[in-house]
Design a protein around this ligand. Sequence first.
Ligand code: 26W
Length: 844
Amino acid sequence: MTKPTISQTNDEAVRTGLSVSAIKQAILDNLYYLQARFPKVASLNDYYLALAYTVRDRLLYRWIQTAQTYLAKGSRTVCYLSAEFLLGPQLGNNLINMGIYDEVKMAVKELELDLLKQEKEPGLGNGGLKLDLDCLLEQEKKTGLGNGGLGRLAACYMDSLSTLQVPAIGYGIRYEFGIFNQDIHSGWQMEITDKWLRLGNPWEIPRPEIAFDVNFGGQTERFIDSKGRYQVRWIPSHVVKGIAYDTPILGYQVNTANFLRLWKAEACESFDFQSFNVGDYYGAVDQKVVSENITKVLYPNDEPLTGKQLRLQQQYFFVSCSLQDMIRIYLQREHSLAGFHQKYAVQLNDTHPSIAVAELMRLLVDEHQMDWEQAWEITEQTFGYTNHTLLPEALEKWPVSLFSQILPRHLEIIYEINQRFLNIVRKRYPGDENKVRSLSLIDESGERYVRMANLACVGSHVINGVAALHSKLLTQDLLKDFYDLWPEKFNNKTNGITPRRFLVLSNPGLTQLITNRIGDSWIKNLDELRQLEEAVDDPAFCHEWRRAKYEAKVSLSAQIKARTGIVVDPESLFDVQAKRIHLYKRQHLNALHIISIYLKLKKNPQIEMAPRTFIFGGKAAPGYFMAKLIIKLINSIADVVNTDPATKEKLRVVFFPNFNVKNGQRIYPSADLSEQISTAGKEASGTGNMKFALNGALTIGTLDGANVEILEEVGAENFFLFGLTAEEVSKKKQEGYSPYEQYQSNPELREVLDSIRSGLFSPDNPGLFNPLVDSLLSHDEYMLLADYPSYVECQRKVSEAYLDKERWTRMSILNVARMGKFSSDRAIREYCQEIWNVQPVVID
Ligand code: 26W
């Protein structure tokens, strides 16, 4: 691994030296001066924090270099506004990106040896601490400030922006509590609060001096200002202060360190002495509590809308802080905001930050006295909007009543934007009030709503989907009217993943094998993986390839045993479905297939099939009853199948608890088969599909989201395709789909569904899963019964293929070799060239 180029003066050696001895000394220094601990009594977490600060020191240098360079050059900057950033653990990733993973591993090993030497001396100690890098990596509390795909994509994009040396700031919310931790109690999901900040967070730098006031509620008043201009003043009912916390985002083998600026809400007055003096003690801290609540917790919903007031306050809070911060930085160099859109390319990560369109107008017009037309021109040229879902129930719309209560000035601005916009619409489509109704920012039906997707489309000069199929469906369906009006605004940017975290860090075995074969420049140019194609004919390489996969499966088997008590056979086919639990992702279709095999094995334990271990992982939104029932069903099937002597040799089912970035890094390398079985037209892209394939898993999937492009890249012969296409799904819906007919006409399917309803998997509560079976037999919204036959048939082909080890290895190598397109570097290069028009800035 070539070393980074930062020039080091020797007196900085201990503080920023990259040698094993410098790092070792720095860890000991930090243990002493930061943790106030000496080795003999220090805990693992003390060592973890000491190491984290040691690494942080070594990236701070780059961070300051980067900030100074950008300031000097006034570089055009990408601002990625996202309500979620699913960073995962930072230590390992920073070691990889700094190229000091081995040095640190060595330094920690030497520290352990010193400790062991000391152990021999009498007196109290930390009882033979197991001190190695893996244990310290284990210590890190994950940064789970996101739900799933959208949040993780934002994190991968920040990694690529730094690696491609593009000036960028990620703006988001510093939730005190991130995504809940998932425990499974007697088969049911239990949510455990994520106290990620309890032991401190070494990766963030508080910026108390970067603070902004954010208004809420109250009313507005008009006045004529000193220059005779008509102005509007907003008199809020309460003001909250937003404080910045910065987390450095290091690029891979570059000197660029961009940052993530996350906002924490605090009371302007944390203690109101007046009310205290009159004995109203609770009143004295009431403001504090109310204000801090705004960034207290992440909404654990992934798609179904909540429409909760606090959610809108969270969205406005971080958007206002972020735009005020951009203006502060801009006015450090400029005296007017006329060129604001030339400095900043602001990306709206779905509609969650789309209030930014109205907030930038308020700041330009009300706070900086710009006239409306110029302000609007700047606003539209500043924003780009990425849509991540087609599900109607996930599209955000806020009651006008709530808006007028919380954001009265923004409602006025939205009405003004709408009026001017609908004038354009009426000119373009004279007399077509249907167009007006569907394009309007206001949904006038029933309780009136503000449509955030419409605001995002009107306020942005570019709109993109996250996979080719998704972007096409957006123009044909969800945003059809906007596409007809502004086709030039629409484009596609297929998602990507960072190969640093999801291969180099999480799969060192396969990484070494690949690097030994083609060198290591593939880590920054993933298309170079194509060079692996010729290795399919190299038996030694193929053997090594199988061994790397086997070792990953062995280590996951140990994790599964440790967390669930279930013993699995690493020789068996690891069939994995890991993603948020959602009806459209069809984890229950996977469960129906498992039951069909179980029933077949019960009848004839000798049937020829590759022993299989089905592994599930994924959280359900706490209020999502059906998703929780699916988790229970999977665990109930596991209890029966894993203990049935007739089947347990050939069949194992595991629900791996608390699927998150950290556990994903364990699961992706160990899968043989990746389940991407959503109803065609429902999964916008998927990114787990890319992570599994990049780690050598073969995909069984529908023509949905990015599966379509994965199949195109790897070749139909290396992909297990089944199911209806998106067109066939909508056609079948139009023609009228009766799931009950599927049930009646397919005896095997009928037996499977009847076994569930008979209580085979819930003997003490036979009707437990009826809600699931009934919904499938009545309307089956996601076409499971229609896709069941081709799915089961495809799975039979999978089993057959797996029995042919050479063929399977060949397909696995070709999958990895052809995954170059799905690097987040490729996606970010496209965003930079086709949307943001921003150039890299090299940091010396
Ligand atoms: C309002 C609640 C809510 C919260 C999150 C609605 C919608 C969301 C996200 C848009 C859901 C999400 O994560 N979508 C996923 O985004 C990924 C990144 O583009 C895609 O790969 C997934 O297909 C998509 O489901």
